[in-house]
Every structure is written in structure tokens, then in C-alpha cells.
Design a protein around this ligand. Structure first.
Ligand code: KIV
Length: 245
């Protein structure tokens, strides 16, 4: 699984053979430049998701429920999830949290909307925890995470993302549950992996957590191309006689 927030990236990912495209609320950071994922709205997520589904013909498209659209009560959650499904033509939604939001998860599932869970580091709770450090290192939090994972599976979630937790714990979750566990900073003992595409492509370069493998250095490639273009235009080299009508 990799993220996309727009049509062009979704087309490339889809053609490359990705299984799942996540329209993550990391769009708040990557697309809009916010420091956290908290500010992104449902309307903005729907805009991104609709652009992605136009480009993805084959991959499963999962859309993040943004902060404040499901925590209040199950009615608010179902209304938000229905808007995502009706207005974007996505395949499923993703939602952060365990026991605290289980009634919302069940209500969404009752409406026939597939739900992917998200446990461990849940960036929408940044103001509760204050850091993006590794989560569930202590026994109490690890046991809660395990309980939450079972709750989400029993409720009917089709997969769970585990973010930035010890690999040993993630492996245990994956071995105890039968639904796919998709890790980000959760080691190799899970069923699948997810990264933010802009991070793994090296478009963003200010963020280097240990779990991030960069598969390209597009920041440098793009900077070089932009500088080359600026130079060509300034020198009168672009456009040449073949590049005009
Ligand atoms: O919003 C996002 O990109 C995510 C992934 C990091 C899992 O939730």
C-alpha cells in the first residue's frame, strides 16, 4: 500500500501494480503543508479521493476519515463515511483508534462500508500524546493495542494498519489475527507494508524516520529540472524553432 492524493500519482501507482492506494490524511502535511493531520476537512479529503479514484482503475482505494468526523458519535461517523463512499467512489475507509471508536466502526460496517483500522501511532491524536515517538513500548499500552486489534477484527474490519510500534508486538498482532496487518515502522513480521509515496520517492526530504527507505531522490531530480528550465528560458534556449508553431 502507498499513498496518493491526486489523479496523476494514482495512475502511475495503479499501473505499477500496487495492491492498495491510501488517500491518507497525510495530505494535510504533504499537500497542504500543515504540521499535523488535524486541520484537513472532510470536503478536502473527498476532493483528493475523487481525484485518486479517477486515476485508479485496478487498485483498492482506501480513504482516511479525517479528524473530527467520527469521534463524536456513530451517527456522525456513518454520515461522514457515507459521504466519502457516495462522493468519491472509493472502496473503503480507514479510521484511527480502537475501543473508544468501536461503536462508530460497527455503525459504518453495518452500512456495508468496508473499514480498515489504524492502531499504534495515530497522528490525529498528536495533541493528546505530544510526540510522534514509537508507541506501545510499555506493557500496558501494548496489551491495550492487542485488545483493540482483536476488537476491530471481531467488529468486522478487513485489515489494520499498525504504525510505529515495536516489531515484536506487530508480529504478535499479525500472528493472532487472521485479517491482513499492514505495517509502517512496525517491522517485517506483518502481512503488508505502507509508506507515504512522497517520502519514499524522496520528494519530501525534511523527514527521515528509521523506518523510511527512500527509493528515489526526486527532490534533487525536480530541483535540477526546474533550474535547467529556468536557465533555458533565461538564455533564450527554450523554446527552440522545433518547439513552436
Ligand atoms: O495518512 C496516512 O498517510 C497514513 C499512513 C501513514 C498509514 O495514515
Amino acid at each position: 500500500m502507498l499513498t496518493s492524493y491526486d489523479y496523476s500519482m494514482a495512475r502511475i501507482l495503479d499501473a505499477a501494480g500496487i495492491d492498495v492506494i491510501l488517500v491518507g490524511d497525510s495530505a494535510a502535511n504533504v499537500m497542504a503543508g500543515y504540521e499535523t493531520t488535524v486541520p484537513i476537512t472532510l470536503d478536502q479529503m473527498i476532493y483528493h479521493a475523487r481525484s485518486v479514484t479517477r486515476g485508479a482503475k485496478r487498485a483498492l482505494v482506501v480513504v482516511d476519515m479525517p479528524f473530527g468526523t467520527y469521534q463524536g458519535n456513530p451517527k456522525e461517523a456513518i454520515n461522514s463515511a457515507v459521504r466519502i463512499m457516495k462522493e468519491t467512489e472509493a472502496d473503503a475507509i480507514k479510521i484511527e483508534g480502537g475501543e473508544e471508536i468501536i461503536d462508530s466502526v460497527k455503525r459504518i460496517l453495518c452500512a456495508g462500508i468496508p473499514v480498515m483500522g489504524h492502531l499504534g501511532l495515530t497522528p490525529q491524536s498528536i495533541h493528546k500524546y505530544g510526540t510522534y515517538n514509537v508507541r506501545a513500548k510499555e506493557t500496558e499500552e501494548a496489551e491495550k493495542l492487542l485488545r483493540d486489534a482483536h476488537l476491530l477484527e471481531e467488529a468486522g474490519c478487513f485489515a489494520i494498519v499498525l504504525e510505529k510500534i515495536p516489531a515484536e508486538l506487530a508480529t504478535r498482532v499479525a500472528s493472532e489475527l487472521s485479517i491482513p496487518i499492514i505495517g509502517i515502522g512496525a517491522g517485517g513480521g506483518v502481512d503488508g507494508q505502507v509508506l507515504v509515496a512522497h517520502d519514499m520517492l524522496g520528494i519530501t526530504n525534511e523527514f527521515s524516520p528509521r523506518f523510511l527507505r527512500r527509493y528515489a531522490s526526486l527532490h534533487d531530480v525536480m530541483t535540477g529540472a526546474f533550474q535547467h528550465y529556468i536557465e533555458d528560458v533565461r538564455n533564450g534556449d527554450f523554446p527552440n524553432s522545433k518547439e513552436q508553431y
